[in-house]
Design a protein around this ligand. Structure first.
Ligand code: GLY
Ligand code: MN
Length: 470
């Protein structure tokens, strides 16, 4: 659902309030299509998500301007020349013509212009003063750095880098919780995804290629009204499930290979439709054309149990890292029971043994990007732990947060055949048992979860979780 003008005005007002600017001018640019080197072609364009959030449009070149002294926003959109209109249909006209932006800026004299959105240089680390402001904030909850309440704070960093970071973080804070229009788009994306997964359950079978299954599924997404997929679909059969991001043509863009599904294979599908710019992100893993083996069934049920227990933890006030660690302990305990690990599950998590089999975070924010709000470095202290450092923002869940919950267990040769890891984890991993399971692939189960003041709402609950298809 496209946000109403009132809803957009509210988003902008909340952002401007957080910015606390005096007389600066801010430009947020949607960006330009990325070119394919050596050709006159361009990749499909999507606007910078901050611009999409504040304008609900985003043809290339779209620019949202803010005059802090006047407290006024002005939108500029591209208009095509007659020559260009011979080849391309016109972008939906929004705001003032983009070629008036220069005059608009000139009218504002030599006031400081701050560039955000596409092309803005976002510092990679949190400047020291911004970090201080964050830790000083009484309700500091691991969200992006907020401006210190004390504007006379001598330590406030007014450098251009810190300002860009502070203003970007303010938008990120607003995007952290979704309003009704955003939730409506995510629900539409989830509904389109459901049609694709239903097609898989009814049609995927032994003898089909991964590619055939992908194309059949995505056709349903598009038939249901999704303009595109939210990310490259992962359709991984058998051992391919052990590559977390196994995608078609990942091997060779010119002559991609595809595998034919065999009876008894695990089929891991991680895919989602996009709607209104908003993503859905769903993973299901099934055994195709045969009853699951004991090991497939045990691990599938273990992953599902970890998912159910941690979805239930997705409530306002909980620190995401704690939800992740809970999922790792559940999976670790299951691996001990299965004879793959030995020791205390919490210690196995802490020493990194569980991460050999669960080498990713439990989930990520979802919204205008499948991994939403990743451009602002707002984790206060980067963790040295390889999994915790990938968890994304240190964050506390709030009503309105949409997060994926996607535990998984994998048997990944790159990790499990590494002599250094075998030595390091000689006591905690039962390597003979691991060797029996090499080639197993992986099992991941993922849903999109809305945190509410009541129980968590699973936005992708309509997508069934069969353990066997075909
Ligand atoms: N959907 C892929 C991922 O979450 O990384
Ligand atoms: Mn995901």
């Amino acid at each position: 659902m496209k946000p109403t003008n009132e809803a957009l005005a509210e988003r902008r007002a909340r952002v401007a309030k957080r910015w606390e600017l005096a007389d600066e001018v801010v430009l947020l640019r949607a960006g330009e299509p990325a070119g394919w080197s050596g050709t006159d072609q361009h990749f499909a364009f999507l606007p910078h998500p901050d611009v999409a959030y504040l304008t609900a449009v985003g043809s290339p070149g779209t620019t949202l301007a803010f005059d802090a002294a006047a407290g006024e926003w002005e939108l500029f959109g591209p208009r095509f020349t007659p020559e260009r209109l011979v080849w391309e249909q016109p972008p939906t006209p929004v705001g003032r013509p983009l070629d008036e932006l220069g005059d608009w800026l000139a009218e504002r004299g030599d006031r400081t212009v701050i560039e955000l959105g596409a092309g803005a240089e976002m510092p990679e680390t949190l400047p020291a003063a911004a970090e201080k402001a964050e830790s000083d904030t009484p309700a500091s909850n691991g969200q992006p750095a907020e401006a210190s309440d004390d504007s006379t704070d001598e330590q406030a960093d007014a450098s251009p880098e810190a300002t860009v970071l502070r203003l970007g973080a303010a938008i990120a804070l607003e995007r952290m919780t979704k309003d009704e229009a955003e939730l409506d788009d995510i629900r539409c994306a989830a509904a389109a995804s459901a049609t694709g997964f239903d097609w898989v359950y009814a049609n995927a079978a032994v003898g089909m290629t991964e590619r055939e299954i992908q194309v059949g599924m995505e056709a349903q997404f598009f038939a249901a009204g999704a303009p595109r997929v939210a990310y490259d679909s992962i359709v991984a059969s058998g051992p391919h499930g052990a590559y977390l991001h196994y995608v078609y043509a990942g091997d060779d863009p010119l002559r991609p290979a595809t595998r034919t599904v065999e009876a008894g294979d695990l089929l891991l599908i991680d895919a989602g439709a996009q709607f209104g710019g908003y993503a859905s992100d769903v993973t299901r893993t099934m055994v195709v054309g045969a009853d699951p083996t004991d090991e497939q069934e045990y691990i599938w049920k273990l992953v599902l149990s970890a998912q159910q227990q941690t979805i239930d933890m997705c409530r306002p006030g909980i620190v995401w890292r704690d939800v992740h660690l809970a999922s790792a302990r559940i999976l670790g305990a299951g691996l001990v029971e299965m004879g793959v690990l030995r020791g205390d599950p919490a210690e196995l998590v802490a020493q990194g043994a569980v991460a050999l089999f669960f080498p990713h975070g439990l989930g990520h924010l979802l919204g205008l990007s499948v991994h939403d709000i990743t451009s602002v470095p707002y984790s206060r202290t980067p963790s040295e732990d390889p999994v915790l450092s990938r968890l994304g923002p240190e964050r506390v869940l709030a009503a309105g947060t949409v997060t994926t919950v996607e535990p998984g267990l994998y048997f990944i040769d790159a990790l499990l055949c590494d002599p250094a890891r075998r030595e390091k984890f000689a006591d905690s991993v039962v390597w003979d048992r691991v060797d029996e399971l090499r080639g197993f692939g992986g099992i991941r189960i993922e849903d999109d979860v809305l945190v509410t003041d009541a129980d968590p709402e699973v936005l992708t609950a309509a997508i069934a979780k069969p353990i066997r298809i075909g």
